[in-house]
Design a protein around this ligand. Structure first.
Ligand code: 5AD
Ligand code: SF4
Length: 479
């Protein structure tokens, strides 16, 4: 059997793309290997959101130079957002790469691998740029890659990502996504529902719907327009599915019908990721986010009012062009006053080709960005810890995902092990359990907490007679 090694960086969308690429190559007889040295074909699924993600891939490619010299039959492919963004530059920087494939052309990967094994010669399959044709032509060149699912390809068979839309039309000035992932396009509800039914039929209990701005989902069908809330209602009917999540939300599209659906549908996770990016109106304006901080606060108050116990998380960019100390303090204030369950904080990374790079100087020094990043993280961590302390003594229900990181690291074997999974509001819980409890929903009482983890005990030690045949988790080479 030919061996495939794949390394993936970036967001959940990329993780799903890698899962599907691997599944399609398995149909061609490939099996996964954990090391590039063993592989006949090496793929990198890349990200362009920050410079750091690109540097990582270029240095991984650099390390392959000699590998290819020693074994010219090795096939090397670069997929994803950086492939779409850098195109021929990748061949210039790494002339031994066989093909470059944008995220809208992933269906071509199996054929490109087959070809590369026979012929030498480089191939590039990318989508049209945002000004390279009519909207319709550009849309058609960005194809959603959603082949049949293979439960063995997921890290756990109980959870799956489901794409509901691709692309983005928001054009925030710092962001490369609209140019590399193309125009916003929602998938037809029938395709999404069929995929979710198939997943549920295979024993999947939890699905996470994916879109760059997932709550902007809109699909016109005759007189009817499907919104995300309609989709959630329809998905909720699927027997076997126990939990539904969705990421990432755009603050302006957090409509009341969506909040009501999350509140009223028991299978909907009470967890919303709604990135604000900055607490300063001046910065939000330069970012062209399309809302003011007052709008965001109003949305947040509406969310907390409508959904009891909801957890909200956010993203922040620190050190965006022209961000003053006073602007930054407003981000700190927002974190202090917003009860975010967590915040993901990033230092601004200028992306050539974006409006931000064109219009504004990347003028905040790197050490200032780093200091602001650390400060905001510290404030958020204190809030996380206080928030998690409130869970002491409380009972939560978790879907047991698998072994905790510590258990994996210490190589625990046998039936007893430290297990982990998230609550309905997406908090991580770690507890002692039995291998057979993986894939079950269990009540856990919490006895300890730190900023990022709740520690608990299973309330009733009911272990069913059924023995789960565990599909071994497949490492998709995430770094
Ligand atoms: N620099 C830093 N962070 C960025 N993000 C997007 N573009 C950039 C950039 N150029 C962050 C945003 C987004 C998250 C996925 O990545 O916070 O929500
Ligand atoms: Fe990027 Fe803004 Fe679109 Fe999110 S909404 S993907 S930050 S352009």
């Amino acid at each position: 059997m030919p061996k495939l090694y794949i390394e993936t960086v970036g967001c959940q969308m990329n993780m799903l793309d890698s899962e599907l690429v691997v599944a399609s190559l398995r149909q061609d007889g490939y099996e996964l290997t954990a090391t590039a040295a063993d592989a006949d074909t090496i793929l990198f699924n890349t990200c362009s959101v920050r410079q750091h993600a690109e540097d990582k891939i270029y240095s991984a490619l650099g390390r392959l130079k000699n590998a290819k010299r020693g074994n010219p039959d090795k096939v090397i492919g670069v997929l994803g957002c950086m492939a779409q963004k850098d195109q021929g530059l990748i061949f210039k920087r790494a002339p031994y790469v066989d093909f470059v494939v944008g995220p809208g052309q992933l269906h071509q990967v199996p054929a490109l691998v087959r070809e590369a094994r026979i012929n030498r010669g480089q191939r590039m399959e990318v989508s049209l740029g945002r000004t390279d044709g009519s909207r319709h032509e550009i849309e058609r060149s960005h194809e959603s890659f959603d082949p049949l699912r293979d439960p063995a390809m997921r890290p756990t068979p109980y959870q799956a990502y489901v794409r509901i839309m691709i692309g983005c039309d928001k054009f925030c000035t710092y962001c490369i996504v609209p140019s590399v992932r193309g125009p916003e396009q929602s998938r037809p509800p029938a395709a999404i529902l069929a995929e979710a039914r198939q997943l549920a039929g295979e024993g999947c209990l939890e699905i996470t719907l994916l879109g760059q701005t997932v709550n902007s989902y809109k699909y016109r069908e005759g007189d009817r327009t499907w919104r995300l809330s309609d989709l959630l209602e329809a998905l909720h009917e699927i027997e076997g599915l126990r939990r539904i999540k969705f990421v990432t939300n755009y603050p302006k599209d957090m409509t009341d019908d969506l909040l009501a659906a999350v509140r009223d549908l028991p299978k909907c996770s009470k967890y919303l990721h709604v990135p604000v990016q900055s607490g300063s109106n001046a910065v939000l304006k330069r970012m062209k986010r399309g809302y003011t901080i007052e709008d965001y606060r109003e949305m947040l108050a509406r969310t907390y009012d409508s959904i009891p116990g909801v957890a909200v998380t956010s993203d922040f960019i620190v050190g965006f062009c022209g961000e003053t100390e006073a602007d930054f303090e407003q981000s700190v204030e927002l974190v202090c006053g917003s009860r975010f369950k967590n915040s993901f904080i990033f230092k601004y990374s200028e992306r050539p080709g974006t409006k931000g790079a064109e219009l504004y100087a990347d003028d905040v020094p790197d050490d200032t960005k780093r200091r602001r990043n650390n400060e905001l993280l510290e404030v958020q961590n204190e809030i996380c810890e206080a928030d998690n302390q409130a869970f002491l003594g409380r009972e939560v229900t978790v879907l047991v995902e698998g072994r905790s990181k510590a258990s994996e690291k210490h190589g625990e074997d046998g039936d007893r092990m430290q297990l982990t999974r998230r609550t309905n509001c997406d908090r991580i819980v770690v507890f002692e359990g039995n291998r057979r409890q993986i894939g079950q929903f269990l009540p856990i009482v919490i006895y300890d907490a730190n900023a990022h983890t709740l520690f608990g005990e299973i309330v009733t030690q009911h272990v069913g007679p059924e023995v789960f045949s565990l599909t071994l988790p497949v490492k998709i080479g995430l770094r």
